[in-house]
Design a protein around this ligand. Structure first.
Ligand code: FAD
Ligand code: NAP
Ligand code: SF4
Length: 674
């Protein structure tokens, strides 16, 4: 059997999990309104049908004070039972198990009723919490127990008590946020009193035959966090209090260390779960940047964990488990940890979805039904938009011919995957390649299509997904030998030791990062080097596990990153990943200038004006990352009558604010309708 450790049953004594795959908690936005529960039920049903052992829902607050956002989802009255039963029934119908996550946000709540251990505002919220009184603590414990009991009545197989990521229970656990002088503050025994009371009361309310998971922060990654000795004391006490499983939490939300973005090495934090496992006798769950069945299998086989939690990977591919078990792992649509359509949406208060799987959390809206009338479709351009359209159309039963001028599929993703820390993007191309083969798409590479060819081949419909051409701004001297486009740089054109990058969008940032590395640097970055760069001490000998700052690295090049508009560079990057890119460039001494006017380019560099002052940036090379323009010359201005219908998607349709999320979504939406 493939992945025999990962796919083996786990016997918890009173119940069994069919395998070791846990779908970790992920807030989609559907949890917060009761009229979204039918859609939420379908979202979970697909994952249960895909074979996942245990699903953990998005966080539900036990009371009003614990809301993350005003009017967040609830389960604190019998009137909520009906909605939650839809979810549990959908999962049980497919043979899965489901636990409700109870999440009290504490000072991370974004509303005026926030409470915490002490009245200390978090750096990521504008609301100062009230310190809970002892009576307030007792009310909170009762609320947890009530929600857990209601969860049991709604058919949930268990609950996960969210005790990590800097939420309320974590706030009580750490001196950073707990300055109390009563029996809930001071020693670690006092600081864990609330967490233990919650676990005991939940256990009392729900009895022995109910899964109680505690998500424990194994490394806080903030000053004033706990040490490993304290964490192990807490873990032992949680076990004694009646917890069934301990799940791994990594880092507070306010931590300035990335914990899940794509540049974090896979399973970077799993050694902590392994150390926890050695210290307790109950099963433990590994999490964070585990996205393939191979890796999950290895962690369990080598004894680092008993189960593996994957939240985003199950968003990306609901059939992850079934594909792994049937020896079809190459067909898994791997989560590339971009956060663009999941967490970045959540932070914008939009429904979460997935960049590589636009059906995620839209299962009832974006449906790929078998076609009743097979069409002959041409898709021109095998970038993300064209690949998505070709694969969905072919899966629905259309006869699809896919053309690309390049020697390989992938369009600009072939450039993106060369950026250090973005190696995961190659997985999407592996997935699309497998889909093209599976559904028999007729692929013609090294074929630049023109209108005559399209006319000759008599297609019913033509999908133009030809993408973009990089913009070349009209600056005097732009045609000089010292000016390169980002495409030329990523294809290996020689670049000098001093560089000015024109344009500070996503690609300007990526190119700057690319140029900081020496050609031939190992990809991806080894875990130890990554941990050192971000000051992570996996021994957690110091509070929070933050090592002293390492000396600034010697940059490979001196780089100026420039933009015309006034304001912070990188302001348009993703909320959850932009700060990581910025911090990396700052650490390597990249100079970021806003409000720049480009005056001219000469052999000695780039002349700019800023704040009324003109100056020459004396650089060897100027790299242009000034956005793109649509390439759509195949679209006839006046379509031939009786000829094929043309559709335009992705960058070819609109280059402004184009990203792969839109490109893949547009391809899938169009193909679902044809
Ligand atoms: P493209 O990817 O440009 O594909 C168009 C394809 O059409 C090409 O393969 C081309 O060869 C082919 N073609 C053109 N004309 C013809 C013709 N006449 N005949 C045959 N074939 C033709 N996006 C994100 O969302 N997140 C990121 O982190 C990210 N990082 C990036 C990093 C870099 C360095 C780059 C360059 C881009 C990045 N992007 C990122 C942008 C993302 O790659 C694009 O938004 C996406 O590729 C657009 O898809 P598309 O299919 O519309 O066009
Ligand atoms: P972009 O984000 O639109 O940035 C283009 C940059 O060029 C801007 O800084 C713009 O700022 C500048 N510019 C525009 N016109 C110019 C002109 N005529 N002369 C000089 N400068 C000009 O586009 P991109 O960086 O090319 O990225 C393309 C897409 O890929 C983006 O939509 C992005 O979302 C996606 N992407 C995402 C990521 C990610 O990490 N999420 C990474 C890479 C790419 P000023 O006008 O102020 O100078
Ligand atoms: Fe993973 Fe990106 Fe999809 Fe989120 S949007 S689930 S990070 S691939």
């Amino acid at each position: 059997m493939p992945y025999r450790h990962l796919l083996s049953e786990l016997d918890l004594g009173f119940t069994k999990l069919r395998n070791r795959v846990v779908m970790g908690s992920m807030h989609t936005g559907l949890e917060d309104r009761f009229w979204h529960y039918p859609a939420l039920a379908e979202y979970y049903r697909e994952r249960a049908k895909g074979g996942v052992g245990l699903i953990i829902t998005g966080g539900i607050s036990p009371n009003r004070e614990g809301w993350l956002l005003p009017f967040g989802g609830t389960l604190n009255s019998v009137f909520d039972l009906h909605n939650h039963r839809r979810l549990t029934k959908a999962v049980h119908d497919e043979g899965g198990k489901i636990a409700l996550q109870i999440l009290h946000a504490g000072r991370y709540g974004y509303h005026p009723f926030v409470v915490s251990a002490s009245a200390i505002r978090s750096p990521i919220s504008k609301f100062t919490p009230k310190a809970l009184t002892e009576a307030g603590i007792e009310r909170t414990v009762r609320a947890y127990a009530k929600t857990a009991r209601l969860a049991q009545r709604a058919g949930y197989d268990g609950v996960e008590i969210m005790g990590s990521e800097g939420y309320l229970l974590n706030q009580f656990l750490c001196l950073r946020t707990n300055h109390r002088t009563d029996r809930y503050g001071g020693s670690i025994a006092n600081r864990m009193r609330l967490a233990l009371a919650v676990v005991r009361r939940v256990r009392e309310a729900c009895g022995d035959r109910f899964i109680v998971i505690y998500r424990l922060s194994l490394i806080d990654l903030v000053e004033g966090g706990n040490t490993w000795d304290e964490t192990i004391q807490v873990a032992g006490a949680l076990e004694a209090a009646g917890v069934t499983l301990i799940n791994t939490g990594i880092g507070w939300h306010e931590a300035r260390v990335p914990t899940i973005v794509t540049s974090v090495p896979r399973a970077a934090f799993a050694p902590l779960t392994a150390r926890l496992r050695a210290a307790v006798t109950i099963p433990v769950i590994a999490s964070n940047r585990i996205n393939t069945p191979e890796l999950a299998e290895t962690l369990i086989a080598q004894g680092s964990a008993d189960l593996v939690s994957m939240a985003r990977p199950l968003l990306a591919d609901p059939q992850f488990v079934v594909k792994a078990s049937e020896g079809r792992a190459d067909e898994i649509n791997t989560c590339i940890a971009c956060n663009q359509a999941c967490l970045d949406h959540t932070f914008r208060n939009e429904r979460a979805s997935c960049l590589v799987n636009p059906r995620a959390a839209r299962e009832t809206e974006l449906v790929y039904r078998p076609t009743r009338r097979t069409l002959a479709l041409a898709v021109v351009g095998a970038g993300p938009a064209g690949l998505s359209a070709a694969c969905v159309a072919a899966a629905r039963g259309h006869r699809v011919t896919l053309f690309d001028a390049n020697t390989t599929i992938g369009g600009q993703f072939n450039l993106a995957k060369r950026i250090p820390g973005k190696e995961e993007f190659a997985e999407t191309l592996r997935y699309f390649g497998a889909q093209l083969r599976k559904y028999g798409v007729d692929v013609h590479l090294c074929t630049r299509v023109d209108a005559a060819r399209l006319d000759k081949e008599r297609f019913d419909e033509i999908i133009v997904a030809t993408g973009i051409v990089p913009r070349r701004p009209s600056i005097p001297g732009i045609d000089g030998a010292n000016v390169l486009s980002y495409v030329e740089v990523l294809h290996g054109a020689p670049v000098g030791r001093t560089v000015a990058v024109i344009g500070a969008g996503g690609i300007g940032f990526d190119i700057s990062e690319f140029l900081l590395h020496r050609a031939g640097d190992p990809q991806p970055q080894p875990r130890e080097a990554w941990l050192d760069a971000w000051r992570v001490d996996l021994t957690v000998a110091t509070p929070g596990g933050l090592a002293p700052a390492a000396p600034a690295p010697q940059p490979e090049r001196r780089i100026w990153l420039l933009q015309r508009k006034k304001g912070k560079l990188g302001a348009g990057l993703g909320k959850t990943s932009g700060w990581v890119h910025r911090a990396t460039l700052v650490r390597h001494g990249v100079k970021m200038l806003d409000g720049v006017t480009y005056l001219e380019i000469g052999p000695g560099g780039l002349k700019i004006e800023r704040d009324g002052l003109q100056q020459w940036l004396e650089v060897d090379t100027i790299v242009v990352c000034a956005g793109q323009e649509s390439l759509r010359d195949l679209v006839p201005t006046t379509p031939r009558s009786g000829g094929p219908r043309f559709h335009v998607i992705g960058g070819a349709a609109l280059a402004t604010e184009l990203d792969a999320e839109r490109a893949i979504r547009e391809g899938a939406e169009l193909a679902a309708k044809l």
